[in-house]
Write a protein that binds this ligand. Structure first.
Ligand code: G3P
Ligand code: CA
Length: 362
C-alpha cells in the first residue's frame, strides 16, 4: 500500500511537472506569436519528397505544417536560395553537369547554373520505396519561389523558418534576407512581421544571430545548439573515429555539455542576442544520420523555460521520439515527416501524402 502511494505520488509529481513545463512553453510561444507545439517541416516534407524542392514544400504546406524550414545560402550573383549542404554533391547531378567543378561550394555558381541541375533524382536512387518519376529534374529553389509557395494557398499559409547556413561564407546575408522579406511583404518597412505572416530566423552561429538581431530585432529568432566546435564545449574532447566500429549516431549520443554551467552559458548567449528560443539536437532511438546529441533532457528544457526561451528540437521523425521529446518538455519539433507529426499531435489532415503529391502534379 505504501509502495503504491509512493508510486502514485511519483507519477503525479512527474505529470504535474510536465504540465507545468507545457504551460510555461505555451505562454512563451503565445508571447512570440509561435504555434504550440510547432510543426516545423524540415527542408519541407523531406521524408516523402526531395528536400528543399517544390515537391517537398508544397506537400508540407498542404499537409498543414506550421513552418517551412530552409537553409539559406547565396549564389555567386547574389540570389538567395535554399540548400542544406554547402556543396552540391549529395543532392544534385553536379558531377555530370559540371564535372570539373563538382566540389565547389554553392556560392561559386550563378543562379542560372544552379537551375540547370537536377535536385530530385538522387532522392529516387536513395529511397526507391518513395521514388516518383516526377521527382527527376526538380530544381533548387530561390527564397522567392518558396515565398510564392507559402503565399499561394489561402487554406494553408505556413510560416517560414529560415536558417542562415554557413553564414561566414555569405557576408551580408542577414541584410539581404531582411530586404527580401520586406520586399515580399512578410516584414513591414519598420521590421515587424507583417500581419497574417509567421517568420522565425535560426542559426548555429552566434555572430549571425547578433546580425539577425541587429537588422531584425522584432522577428523571433532561435539559436541552434550543438556540442562541439563553435557551440557548446563537450565534457570529453574526442574526435569521431570510424575505426572504433562505432556509428556516428552512437558517437554523437555520447557527447554531452561540459557541465550545466556550460549549457547555461549558451542559453545566455541566445538571450543576450535577442533569441526567443533555442534549437537543440536530439539523439534518435533508431540512430541514423540525423541523430545527434541529446540536448533536450528535462533539466535543459526547464532551464531554457526558466530563462524565457522556447525549445524547438531537431530533427525527429518517429512517434517513439515525438513522445520522448514532448515528454521532456519541448515546444515544437523540426521533422522531415510532417504527416506523422500532425497525426501524433492529433491535428486534422485533409488528405494523405499520396493524394497531395498527385494533386500537385507529382
Ligand atoms: O535548422 C534546424 C536543423 O535543420 C539543423 O540541422 O543540419 O538539418 O540544418 P540541419
Ligand atoms: Ca536547417
Amino acid at each position: 500500500m505504501l509502495l503504491r502511494s509512493f508510486i502514485t505520488a511519483l507519477l503525479c509529481c512527474g505529470i504535474g511537472q510536465a504540465q507545468a513545463q507545457d504551460a510555461e512553453g505555451q505562454a512563451l510561444a503565445k508571447a512570440a506569436g509561435i504555434p504550440w507545439p510547432a510543426i516545423i517541416a524540415h527542408r519541407g516534407a523531406s521524408f516523402d519528397a526531395p528536400e528543399s524542392t517544390r515537391a517537398s514544400y508544397l506537400l508540407a504546406r498542404d499537409l498543414g505544417a506550421d513552418y517551412l524550414e530552409m537553409d539559406l545560402q547565396r549564389t555567386r550573383d547574389g540570389q538567395l536560395i535554399a540548400l542544406h549542404d554547402t556543396n552540391l554533391g549529395r543532392t544534385t547531378n553536379i558531377a555530370s553537369q559540371f564535372p570539373q567543378r563538382k566540389d565547389q561550394p554553392v556560392n561559386q555558381f550563378t543562379l542560372a547554373q544552379l537551375k540547370t541541375l537536377d535536385a530530385g533524382s538522387w532522392f529516387n536512387q536513395a529511397n526507391p520505396g518513395r521514388a516518383r518519376a516526377s521527382y527527376a529534374g526538380l530544381k533548387i529553389l530561390t527564397l522567392d519561389e518558396i515565398i510564392d509557395i507559402a503565399d499561394q494557398d489561402s487554406a494553408h499559409r505556413p510560416g517560414l523558418y529560415i536558417e542562415t547556413k554557413a553564414p561566414l561564407l555569405f557576408p551580408g546575408i542577414e541584410q539581404d534576407l531582411k530586404a527580401k522579406l520586406v520586399q515580399r511583404g512578410w516584414l513591414t518597412a519598420d521590421g515587424q512581421v507583417a500581419p497574417g505572416h509567421r517568420v522565425v530566423l535560426q542559426t548555429f552561429e552566434k555572430g549571425s544571430l547578433t546580425l539577425l538581431n541587429q537588422f531584425m530585432p522584432q522577428v523571433p529568432k532561435v539559436l541552434l545548439l550543438w556540442v562541439g566546435e563553435g557551440s557548446i564545449e563537450p565534457k570529453v574532447n574526442s574526435a569521431y573515429d570510424p575505426a572504433n566500429g562505432e556509428s556516428k549516431a552512437a558517437y554523437y549520443a555520447r557527447q554531452q555539455p561540459r557541465d550545466r554551467a556550460e549549457f547555461e552559458r549558451w542559453l545566455d548567449v541566445a538571450k543576450a542576442n535577442g533569441a526567443v528560443g533555442i534549437g537543440p539536437s536530439a539523439a534518435l532511438t533508431q540512430g541514423g544520420d540525423q541523430s545527434y546529441m541529446d540536448l533536450v533532457q528535462p533539466w535543459m528544457n526547464q532551464m531554457a523555460h526558466a530563462k524565457g526561451l522556447l525549445v524547438h528540437v531537431y530533427t525527429v521523425d518517429e512517434p517513439v521520439d515525438f513522445r520522448k521529446v514532448m515528454g521532456a518538455g519541448v515546444d515544437g519539433i523540426f521533422s522531415n515527416r510532417s504527416s506523422e507529426l500532425l497525426k501524433f499531435y492529433q491535428r486534422p489532415v485533409s488528405r494523405g501524402v499520396d493524394r497531395i503529391l498527385e494533386a500537385n502534379g507529382f
